[in-house]
Design a protein around this ligand. Structure first.
Ligand SMILES: Nc1nc2c(c(=O)[nH]1)N=C([C@H](O)[C@H](O)COP(=O)(O)OP(=O)(O)OP(=O)(O)O)CN2
Length: 161
């Protein structure tokens, strides 16, 4: 089995977030998130597993949708969310945030942890690849999301046939 990896360079996004944990809610803060992608498989056409250039371009597009936005987890059971015409209202007990909609990216996840951000990006890339590219030679795709140089979370998915 072979593996290709893309990381660094412009594969990043700078976003605001907080996570909930153990009945608490973090303060609003931001990270300069880094993203890495690994694709395992056999050699396909042109003797490559998957084209680096395509992988970087499609990953960057996902990063751009997250960049300079608040990462809103739509499925967090501890947050009370209200969608207004121009804003998202978010409540956690006595905390109460209002963000302009244009500054928010609403994500189908339960918490904006690095783990679930990695899973979200992995699912997005997986769908793109199976819908738009030749993937018969591919076995797995893994996404790593780095919150800081010291901390990173990964999510790996198999190509089902
Ligand atoms: N496994 C995970 N653990 C934690 C996550 C996560 O996504 N996955 N996230 C957080 C927080 O979101 C937090 O932002 C982590 O930031 P960090 O810089 O580590 O915060 P600290 O102030 O505690 O660390 P310093 O190194 O002192 O800045 C927490 N855990």
């Amino acid at each position: 089995m072979r593996k290709v990896k893309v990381e660094g360079g412009y594969l990043n996004f700078n976003s605001a977030h907080f996570i909930t944990y153990s009945g608490k809610c973090e303060r609003l803060h931001g990270h300069n998130y880094g993203v890495l992608i690994e694709v395992e498989g056999d050699l396909g056409a042109d003797n490559v597993v998957f084209d680096f250039t395509i992988l970087k371009k499609r990953t960057k597009e996902i990063c751009q949708r997250l960049d300079h936005r608040f990462l809103l987890p739509l499925h967090n059971p501890h947050l009370e969310l209200t969608q207004h015409a121009e804003a998202w209202e978010i409540k956690f007990h006595e905390k109460h945030y209002i963000f302009p909609r244009a500054d928010v990216v609403a994500l189908p996840i339960a918490n904006s942890s690095a783990e679930l951000l990695a899973e979200y990006i992995c699912n997005e890339l997986y769908q793109l690849i199976i819908n738009e590219y030749s993937s018969a030679n591919l076995h797995t795709i893994m996404v790593g999301v780095e919150e800081a140089p010291t901390q990173m979370a990964y999510y790996k998915q198999e190509f089902n046939r």
